[in-house]
Design a protein around this ligand. Sequence first.
Ligand SMILES: NC(=O)c1ccc[n+]([C@@H]2O[C@H](COP(=O)([O-])OP(=O)(O)OC[C@H]3O[C@@H](n4cnc5c(N)ncnc54)[C@H](OP(=O)(O)O)[C@@H]3O)[C@@H](O)[C@H]2O)c1
Length: 200
Amino acid sequence: MSTVFVSMSMSLDGYIAGPNARPGNPLGDGGERIHTWMYETATFRERLRFGTGGETGPDDDIVRHTFDRIGANIMGRRMFDEGEVAWPEEAPFGTPVFVVTNHAREPWVRKGGTTFFFVTDGIESALAQAKAAAGDKDVRISGGADVVRQYLSAGLVDELDIDLAPVLLGAGNRLFEGVTGDVRLRTEGRVAHLKYRVAK
Ligand SMILES: NC(=O)c1ccc[n+]([C@@H]2O[C@H](COP(=O)([O-])OP(=O)(O)OC[C@H]3O[C@@H](n4cnc5c(N)ncnc54)[C@H](OP(=O)(O)O)[C@@H]3O)[C@@H](O)[C@H]2O)c1
């Protein structure tokens, strides 16, 4: 059965983007630090057409496994707006992408299997369309925070994957700010034990 999952990189203080995020300033001021770990991986570099090279190993395995399991993506219009001007012509998804928006638009077909569909009748409709498109593969709620919060609050997410970067941003777009409803999370063990050394 298809799983609906969120997979996002987040700063230790809970931000998925810094302040002033907009097309031309993706992830906001300082926000690229949240994603540095991924930019270094071979799989991400290949997907984003950054060139050859990049690291293999556990981080790369996670990025590759995440891409491989996805049959369809869902995103909010602000994430799309940043990506529209930044992604390569062969957009890095290779699946249908359902953009939740109030602005109707014809589908946007890119090379390499990515087509963006603009869904104006809400998150449940976008999810139904994504599940139908994904078949046996999984549906990723790709971001940004607004859309993820809505899916979490509506109880429509099965799995939440957070890549927690050792970064304190101090300001920006907080992923869990305003999540409503009784969202209960389970993990192996009762708590994640994290220990950091503070750079001087
Ligand atoms: N750290 C990470 O892993 C990660 C991953 C992805 C994205 N991001 C970052 O996330 C940020 C974007 O997140 P965000 O929270 O600002 O916005 P978002 O979730 O990407 O998009 C929000 C927009 O989507 C539309 N929308 C949302 N819900 C809707 C609904 N139910 N019906 C109709 N339209 C709806 C609205 O736009 P309209 O009304 O204008 O249509 C709304 O303003 C970006 O800075 C991006 O770089 C970070």
